[in-house]
Design a protein around this ligand. Structure first.
Ligand SMILES: [Cu+2]
Length: 131
């Protein structure tokens, strides 16, 4: 495990990443802020994503940014609605920190979907899947 200094450093890096992500998103027009779901530091405590409502395009790659290093065991993005095989329409890997792909959007029908973090099911958001 990390000692106190290590933890402070990780928290500071996470904070800086979050600020960069938030600034980047805030400077983009709303429609262009698509395709990124962000979990902010403290997401587990507040049961929220930094992007509570997000547009995800079927035709571009989408990413999940976990900027919350203390949300053990990590966070992910999983649609509540499932395919006929029981698997979510779209999801990401569960990651302790960093960036990963959101998979399955290319075969997800256009529409509105709620999503959660599988490790913290009260962490929810809404995705509008668009062309
Ligand atoms: Cu989580």
């Amino acid at each position: 495990m990390l000692d106190g200094d290590g933890r402070r450093i990780v928290k500071r890096i996470a904070g800086a990443l979050f600020v960069v992500a938030a600034l980047t998103l805030s400077m983009m027009p709303a429609r262009a802020a698509a395709n990124v779901v962000v979990a902010h530091p403290g997401a587990k405590e507040t049961n929220s994503f930094a992007t509570p409502i997000v547009y995800l395009s079927k035709s571009a790659s989408a990413r999940f940014v976990n900027a919350d290093p203390l949300g053990h065991p990590g966070h992910d993005v999983v649609s509540h609605k499932t395919r006929s095989n029981g698997k979510p329409w779209f999801d990401s890997a569960l990651i302790p920190f960093g960036v990963t792909e959101i998979r399955g959007l290319d075969t997800t029908p256009i529409g509105e979907y709620t999503f959660k973090c599988s490790a913290h099911p009260a962490m929810v958001g809404t995705a509008r899947v668009v062309a």
